[in-house]
Design a protein around this ligand. Structure first.
Ligand code: MEV
Length: 319
């Protein structure tokens, strides 16, 4: 029985984070420069049913049985055993590594789940298809942040730009694959501030409960802007996309999910020639994105460093 490896990319939300949790559409793209990786290796000297779990990045080395039941890794591995109907797998070790920064809005939790599900189900001889991978990842995402919209598991599973609109509590079939008319360049800058999505999603929920009329209006305006952005993407109208990013950022600021560090990076990117810039993901920290002319990517990345970014990456988005 050979070892099996699978990887999954990071993601960036181009438009519509937070409002998407309340039923508005959003647009997300995969970020393939960073990856989560799972390697499942047989352990023929161990008894059937033994599963070792190693995540050296966070100093974890345990068996499945020793992990708390509500640990996301335990849920994802247990979920694969359930869906494949193999309660006693051949003994193996699942080793997880990732270059996706944690709690930074780039989908690290969902990518780890997708990589494990793909590698482990294939190791068991029952590779799951994309919809099953996405659905199971969605279940695990609920542990990470309570009321996920389902956009992260979808874009990371299908690894293509998507227009996502939540239509039910079920994770499947809520998206269309976007045809991007013209490749475009994003510079992603990390504020270096760790910000778990669960916290910002919870805070927005609280604020929405206290001031629902104001927040509903912000969500609806975000949804309208996302529909407009979809058209611009499909037409290749990059300058309009940049303006819409700036408008989306203004709405996110009103939702209370930006921060001084993010604002500084966004401003620096605009001054260095970006068409537009905004936070991406849960906000309050983590990453921001800037849409840039190809020739300005280096200059914008440099400006982000000067304004305090701890790392940057440049990615080209295409269909
Ligand atoms: C997280 O990538 C995006 C949020 O809208 C949460 C979600 O959609 O689940 C903040």
């Amino acid at each position: 029985m050979p070892a099996i490896t699978a990887t999954a990319p990071g993601k960036a939300i181009l438009f519509g984070e937070h409002a998407v949790v309340y039923g508005q559409p959003a647009i997300a793209v995969p970020v393939t420069q960073v990856k989560a990786r799972a390697i499942v290796s047989p352990q023929p000297d161990r008894p059937r049913g033994w599963v070792g779990v190693q995540a050296p990045d966070i100093g974890l080395e345990k068996t499945l049985l020793d992990l708390p039941e509500d640990d996301p890794l335990s849920r994802v591995i247990g979920g694969v055993l359930e869906v494949t109907a193999i309660p006693q797998p051949p003994a193996c070790t699942i080793r997880i590594t990732s270059t996706i920064p944690i709690a930074a809005g780039l989908g690290s939790g969902a990518a780890i789940s997708v990589a494990i599900i793909r590698a482990f189900s294939e190791f068991l001889g029952r590779p799951l298809h994309d919809e099953q991978v996405s659905n199971l990842t969605f279940e695990v995402e609920k542990l990470h942040h309570g009321t996920p919209s389902g956009i992260d598991n979808t874009v990371i599973t299908y690894e293509t730009p998507i227009y996502f609109a939540k239509t039910s509590t079920d994770a499947g079939n809520q998206f269309v694959i976007l045809k991007v008319a013209r490749p475009f360049t994003l510079v992603i800058g990390d504020s270096g501030v760790s910000s778990p999505t669960a916290l910002t999603v919870g805070d927005v929920r609280q604020a929405w409960l206290e001031n629902s009329e104001f927040f509903e209006e912000l969500f609806v305006r975000t949804g309208d802007l996302v529909k407009h952005a979809r058209q611009a993407l499909e037409k290749g109208d990059i300058q309009v996309l940049g303006q819409l990013m700036d408008e989306n950022q203004a709405l996110l600021e009103k939702m209370g999910v930006s921060s001084a560090e993010l604002d500084r990076l966004i401003q620096a990117a605009r001054q260095a020639g970006a068409y537009g810039a905004k936070l991406s993901g849960g906000g309050r920290g983590g990453n921001m994105i800037a849409l840039v002319p190809d020739s300005a990517a280096g200059e914008v990345a440099e400006a982000l460093f000067t304004a305090g970014a701890t790392s940057t990456l440049v990615t080209i988005i295409r269909s």
